[in-house]
Design a protein around this ligand. Structure first.
Ligand SMILES: Nc1ncnc2c1ncn2[C@@H]1O[C@H](COP(=O)(O)OP(=O)(O)OP(=O)(O)O)[C@@H](O)[C@H]1O
Ligand SMILES: [Mg+2]
Length: 242
């Protein structure tokens, strides 16, 4: 059995509170290196909750999450932070760029917080490479608030991939864009990531989801594989020893 890059073993998540909200019911799920996965489902079904768990932005309230061979529940907060910084790049619907800084400074940001220390020239070389991959090297010195929505999202993609993470996670990356820009953003996500990287994208757009070989559907916190290419792993309790 090859080790899955992402492995959830009966992972569930409940938001605490006066009335606790079960956002993810116990889920067993494997995602391999290089897989491209879309997550679909109605509003409030648990998509962002699942992505935040995958990205180590929150901890499961039950079950165990293995990432790159680590049982993440056994790691200290500092170790989880290092794992997140070295393995994961994020893209969000509203870009989350620092508008008054230039494009290159925004893309460089994760390298400044990375557990891997790099010289200024190494960082600049990675920034140039990432910007070239999304076709924006010529805008490196422009402020982000001088760019169109589609261009801003391309900067966010360059920022997500600049440290060559093994996983890129995107939460509704085309939610603020028209259909032409959306299609272009999905092209960049699918083609310009680091070699062999895994891509997980939340979308409410069936056309976007149809471009991915594997789709996970979430309803009321229940996850099912609704479409997979024959080579991808499937979810379910019987998958453990597959
Ligand atoms: N901080 C929170 N505290 C309590 N409940 C929350 C919190 N965040 C989300 N929820 C609830 O958890 C459930 C799943 O939310 P989640 O944000 O994962 O849904 P989603 O599928 O991403 O929705 P959308 O498509 O609208 O972004 C919802 O019922 C939501 O109201
Ligand atoms: Mg959401």
């Amino acid at each position: 059995m090859t080790l899955a890059l992402i492995e959830l073993k009966q992972v569930g998540f409940t938001y605490p509170g006066v009335v606790p909200v079960v956002a993810l019911t116990p889920t067993t799920l494997r995602i391999g290196r290089g897989e491209r996965v879309a997550i679909v489902g109605p509003s409030g079904s648990g998509k962002s909750t699942l992505l935040q768990l995958l990205g180590l932005l929150s901890n499961p309230t039950e079950g165990s999450y293995w990432l790159a061979g680590y049982d993440t529940g056994l790691l200290s907060e500092a170790q989880r932070c290092d794992l997140r910084g070295s393995q994961i790049g994020f893209v969000f619907q509203s870009f989350h760029l620092i508008d008054h800084r230039d494009v290159a400074a925004n893309v460089e940001l994760p390298l400044r917080y990375s557990p891997t220390s790099r010289s200024g020239s190494e960082r600049m070389s990675l920034v140039s490479d990432a910007l070239e991959r999304v076709g924006l090297l010529h805008r490196a010195n422009h402020r982000c608030d001088e760019l169109s929505g589609g261009e801003r999202q391309r900067v966010a993609i360059a920022r997500a991939m600049v440290g060559r993470p093994s996983i890129i996670l995107a939460d509704e990356p085309t939610g603020n864009l028209d259909s032409t820009s959306s299609s272009q953003i999905i092209d960049y996500l699918l083609t310009s990531g680091p070699d062999g990287s895994t891509l997980v994208v939340i979308t409410h757009d069936p056309e976007v989801a149809s471009r991915f070989p594997r789709t996970l559907m979430i309803r009321d916190g229940h996850v099912t594989d609704v479409a997979s290419s024959p080579t991808t792993t499937r979810i379910g309790p019987s998958d453990d020893g597959a």
